[in-house]
Design a protein around this ligand. Structure first.
Ligand SMILES: Nc1nc2c(ncn2[C@@H]2O[C@H](COP(=O)(O)OP(=O)(O)O)[C@@H](O)[C@H]2O)c(=O)[nH]1
Ligand SMILES: [Mg+2]
Length: 484
């Protein structure tokens, strides 16, 4: 199948705005012709190519608008910029097609004029992610590598970027091949035995085949174990501050971020919306969410802010549950109940606030914190946003909860899974278990086993994207920006 050649596309690859330099990228079968029409330098002369273009070697010259003056019946041109042109010839560039990158001056005007000149010279505007899509279609990247490119661009912290680059270098693909290889061998063995044995099916012993399948299941489990880490490396680690109104959530939020983001007010119920802020610690992004206070009073649950708090809690990776250390009485148990009902399964760290006002001994002593240490989190921490005491301890506790999500393991495997990978892997796991059970219990013939195994292998191929559908492509490339 050889589809019609794709059009030549152009777009700015760097962000729009003031900058020293900008890069405009042109890719497609006419990339060199488009360049010749607008660029004067090196082998590009007088609107044509004179001499050979060397791949990966920059040429300096003048970029001008191609304007044809019908009255004078001649081509005049209007100089746009002095630029460096970098030709990347097929199949060696990023997209695998002939590509030309223009390094022009930055700012809002020049790169835009360069793109317009490219369009006037015959290129079409590139859609979001279209360069990477072409790289994928030309076999330069697997789908999971294309996804890693998006992850790299959107990385929230250094660790996320490092994980993405490993995945780009083939991390998940390597792991998948490790899982698939013994299955392929098994399939080859089964099919080989079928050719020789027509009537009597004594092919591969069912027990041994089942053992190979169980081994693959164990491999998938190792990957699924680090699936949550993929999301955290990609998006950041979501920390939600929750508690009763006036508990000191907004103050602690600001203190932990080291900036004044949330409004702090004496009047309870000031924070109506969820406010988020990011802080990087040891290369990992932590996204803190300040929330509206929760009250036991059921009528308040209807309020918009409280509903938002619920939704935010549902996406937390860890909850900081705040209660005032100097409160005359213990916090409303209903509030903690609300927190628990919104998000019952993730770690919760209890934080006593306003420690500077409190008789610290009362709280720090043997007094048990409510549900302290849930999910392996630290026991209650006494803090003061005013003096800054206890904040380091909170950060250490957050880091230790984050470590529990096995970020290091995901990094060393070079695997950053997304929801698509996870879903596919879970499907394959289920089918492998079913087939292994079937082999052990009913000893099906080699023909049946082979057919089912081949189907599972096809689906495993979808994980790293060697097998794909147009729908999957759409979903993956929607995340990209124009110019990538
Ligand atoms: N003394 C003292 N007051 C605090 C501290 N943290 C917050 N407050 C005060 O408690 C009140 C409520 O704080 P705020 O952060 O708005 O609480 P929220 O409703 O939970 O967001 C404000 O008057 C703050 O100044 C603290 O560490 N020490
Ligand atoms: Mg507040």
């Amino acid at each position: 199948m050889n589809p019609a050649p794709l059009p030549t596309i152009a777009a700015q690859a760097t962000p729009v705005g003031e900058s020293g330099l900008a890069v405009v990228r042109v890719s497609g079968p006419d990339a060199l012709a488009v360049t010749a029409r607008i660029f004067e330098g090196g082998p590009f002369r007088g609107g044509a190519l004179v001499g050979a273009v060397e791949s990966h070697r920059a040429v300096y010259g003048i970029l001008a608008d191609p304007v044809f003056e019908p009255s004078a019946n001649e081509k005049t041109s209007c100089v746009i910029d002095q630029v460096l042109v970098l030709p990347l010839l097929a199949p060696h560039g990023y997209t695998g097609e002939d590509t030309v990158e223009f390094f022009c001056h930055g700012g809002r005007v020049v790169p835009d004029l360069v793109v317009r000149a490219c369009l006037a010279a015959g290129a079409e505007p590139a859609g979001p992610g279209e360069f990477t899509r072409r790289a994928f279609l030309n076999g330069k990247l697997s789908l999971d590598q294309a996804e890693a490119v998006a992850d790299l661009i959107h990385a929230t912290g250094e660790l996320g970027a490092r994980a993405a680059i490993r995945q780009l270098q083939g991390g998940l693909d390597d792991q998948m091949r490790g899982i698939e290889h013994p299955l392929l061998q098994l399939l080859a063995e089964i099919e080989g035995s079928l050719e020789f044995l027509d009537d009597e099916d004594v092919s591969v012993p069912a027990e041994r085949a089942a053992a190979v399948l169980r081994e693959a299941v164990a491999g998938i489990d190792r990957l699924l174990d680090v699936a949550p880490a993929g999301r955290i490396l990609r998006e950041g680690f979501h920390v939600v501050l929750a508690g009763a109104p006036n508990a000191g959530k907004s103050s602690l939020f600001n203190a932990l971020l080291g900036e004044d983001r949330a409004i702090v007010d004496d009047e309870a119920g000031t924070t109506r919306d969820v406010v988020a802020g990011k802080r990087i610690r040891r290369g990992q992004a932590y996204i803190l969410h300040d929330t509206a206070g929760l009250r036991g009073d059921a009528a308040r649950v209807e309020l918009l802010g409280i509903q938002r708090t619920y939704r935010t809690l549902a996406e937390a990776d860890v909850i900081l549950y705040l209660t005032e250390a100097d409160a005359p009485r213990d916090p409303e148990p209903e509030v903690l109940e609300l927190v628990n009902s919104a998000q019952p399964s993730i770690p919760l760290i209890t934080v006593w606030t306003k420690g500077d006002l409190a008789d610290a001994g009362r709280r720090a002593g043997p007094h048990p914190a409510p549900e302290a240490g849930r999910g392996g989190a630290a026991a209650a921490i006494l803090t003061s946003s005013r003096t800054g005491s206890g904040l380091d301890e909170v950060w250490r506790a957050l880091e230790s909860v984050a470590a529990g999500y096995r970020l290091d393991e995901a990094l060393s495997l070079g695997v950053v899974m997304n929801a698509r990978h996870q879903h596919k892997l879970e499907e394959c796991r289920r089918d492998l278990v079913l087939l292994a059970d079937e082999l052990e219990q009913n000893h099906p013939g080699g023909e049946v086993t082979g057919t089912m195994l081949a189907a599972i292998l096809g689906r495993l191929g979808e994980v790293s994207g060697r097998v794909f559908s147009e729908q999957v492509l759409e979903a993956v490339f929607r995340r990209f920006c124009v110019g990538k």
